[in-house]
Each structure stands twice: as structure tokens, then as C-alpha cells.
Design a protein around this ligand. Structure first.
Ligand SMILES: NCc1[nH]cc(CCC(=O)O)c1CC(=O)O
Length: 309
């Protein structure tokens, strides 16, 4: 009988804490365990400490994960809760993504101050976003718009917007929902024209390979369809993501039998893009995503990825 509490690692941002609490609540419900059986351990990561530069400028992998992974490997944590979108495609030896909670809405949310919709913004308007994918997609649809670097906690971004520093910003709808800010978006962007980032909207749990006791505990909260979809999207990203300087979108939906995937790569200025769409057996999720990555790379040609990176 386990008597010591399970140690759950998380970052300390309001969104990260909400995700850690959701994970704990689902584990309590699945196993009939009291909250005292879980201890939430908050760690600060490089990504939390550097807030004045965009993530692609800082570079490096695992900006939001390394400190948690180090402590997982040293045994100080039993598992860690992350936004799947923040996970590098390669994990440290000995760790894996053992469970995914049911995915939240994966769409991007547009939060407008001077217009409610992206396509209705005035000519030359300013949008705050540091995501290469969002910048490229905005410029593809609205080349006149000026995109400025914009990072920080969700509340900080919304405050800057309210103060008039920008006309609009884009955020993952999933994050807003988890913070109880469902009513903040003025538009939800269509995944056809504005596809989300690979793994957006999905919470994952990272743990040690071979730690059967913990992995058995986590299995009970794994959502198979989310696991399949995000595995497909991450395989697509892994095939393409040499540099993290490439705007990449990818979104898969699994019904348990069939998985459908669409991906897009763009030049940072949005002037060129390539798409791929495919479907296959859900049990083939990873191969399907990797193949889509290979296909779009061939379609785009050798000069596409080297032209700006
Ligand atoms: N560090 C960025 C990040 N990582 C995950 C989310 C949102 C939550 C999610 O995609 O599950 C966000 C913020 C955003 O894009 O608005």
C-alpha cells in the first residue's frame, strides 16, 4: 500500500497549475484516492524566467521542461504535467509521455480590441504574438498587419491588449478555457484557414520508462484518441523540425478507428505555404504523421526550408 503522496511536477504559471490540478482531480476520481495522496511540486523553468524575448529567439529545446525532467530523472518527482505543445519532440533518455488527458478545443482564439474578427481589423493594425506559426498565418491572410513580439502570462498579454498596446492578440482557446476565460475570445479561428500548432490543447504526463507502479496509475487517465492524435502531430513535427525556426501547423482527429491529419508549413512572411492532408488507421498514428512530414518536405522542395533558416 502506497502511503507517501505521489509527487506531481509542474511549472508555476496559473495555466500550468490549473493543468496540474486537473490531472490530480482525474487521478483522484479514477482511483478513488484522497487529495492528500498527491503533492504538487512547483518548479521554475528557463521559459518562465525569460519573458522579454520570443521563444524562437532564445532557442534551445526544453525551455519549459528541462528542470522538471531533471528532477524526474533524479527521482524527486513521480511524474510531470505539461502542455503537450511545449514538449520537445525528443525527450531525455529514460522518459516518455505516458498519458494524455482528453484534449480541450485545439483552436486558436482571436482576441480583438478594435475589431472582433481577424479579417475585419483595420488596415495596418497591430497584433501581438511571438509564435512563428501565428505570425506567418496572420501575414498569409492579412499581409498589411504588423505583428509584434508579445510574450508572458495570459493575464499580462490581455492587460497589454486592454491598455491599447496592440489591436488584437491570439491565444490558444484551450488555455483560456482552463483559466475560466471562455468569454475572452472575440473569434475562434477555423482550423482549415488557421491550423493550430501540433499538440495544442492537450495536457500530457511525462514519467520514467519502466516505472510500472506510476505508469499503471497514469494509464487510468489516458485518453486514447488524444494520444493517437497528438502522437501523429508530434511525428509530423519531429520529421520537419530541424531548427524550430519554421512555422509549422498540424492537427489530427482520431475517432478510435480512423485518424485524419492536416499539416501546413509556411515561410515566416506567409508568402508561401504547403499543405498535406491524409488519413489512415488510428493504430498507425505515428507513421502517418511522419509520412505526412516526409511528403510535405518533398512537395516544398529542398530550398524551401533553407531559404530563411
Ligand atoms: N507556452 C505557450 C503555450 N503552451 C501551451 C499553451 C496553451 C495551452 C495548450 O495549448 O494546451 C500556451 C499559450 C498559448 O498558446 O496561448
Amino acid at each position: 500500500m502506497q502511503t507517501k503522496p505521489f509527487r506531481i511536477g509542474t511549472r508555476g504559471s496559473p495555466l500550468a497549475l490549473a493543468q496540474a490540478h486537473e490531472t490530480r482531480d482525474r487521478l483522484m476520481a479514477a482511483h478513488g484516492l484522497p487529495s492528500e495522496m498527491f503533492e504538487i511540486v512547483v518548479l521554475s523553468t528557463m521559459g518562465d524566467r525569460i519573458t522579454d524575448r520570443s521563444l524562437s529567439e532564445i532557442g534551445g529545446k526544453g525551455l519549459f521542461t528541462q528542470e522538471l525532467e531533471d528532477m524526474l530523472l533524479s527521482g524527486g518527482l513521480d511524474f510531470a504535467v505539461h502542455s503537450s505543445k511545449d514538449m520537445p519532440t525528443k525527450l531525455p533518455n529514460g522518459l516518455f509521455l505516458s498519458a494524455y488527458l482528453p484534449r480541450e478545443d485545439a483552436r486558436d482564439a482571436f482576441v480583438g480590441r478594435t475589431a472582433a474578427k481577424l479579417m475585419d481589423l483595420p488596415q495596418g493594425a497591430t497584433i501581438g504574438s511571438s509564435s512563428l506559426r501565428r505570425q506567418a498565418l496572420i501575414k498569409r491572410l492579412r499581409p498589411d498587419i504588423n505583428v509584434i513580439t508579445y510574450r508572458g502570462l495570459v493575464d499580462t498579454r490581455l492587460r497589454k491588449l486592454a491598455e491599447g498596446q496592440v489591436d488584437a492578440t491570439l491565444l490558444a482557446f484551450a488555455g483560456l478555457k482552463r483559466l475560466g476565460k471562455d468569454n475572452v475570445p472575440t473569434e475562434l479561428l477555423d482550423p482549415e484557414t488557421f491550423p493550430p500548432a501540433p499538440a495544442q490543447g492537450a495536457i500530457c504526463i511525462e514519467s520514467r520508462i519502466g516505472d510500472d507502479r506510476i505508469n499503471g496509475l497514469l494509464e487510468a487517465v489516458n485518453d486514447a484518441r488524444t494520444h493517437e492524435a497528438v502522437t501523429c502531430e508530434r511525428a509530423f513535427l519531429a520529421t520537419l523540425d530541424g531548427s524550430c525556426r519554421t512555422p509549422i501547423a498540424g492537427y489530427a482527429v482520431s475517432d478510435g478507428d480512423t485518424i485524419r491529419f492536416s499539416g501546413m508549413v509556411l515561410t515566416p512572411d506567409g508568402s508561401q505555404h504547403f499543405r498535406v492532408s491524409t488519413e489512415g488507421n488510428a493504430s498507425d498514428a505515428e507513421r502517418l504523421g511522419a509520412k505526412a512530414g516526409d511528403d510535405i518536405r518533398i512537395d516544398a522542395g529542398p530550398d524551401f526550408f533553407s531559404s530563411w533558416t
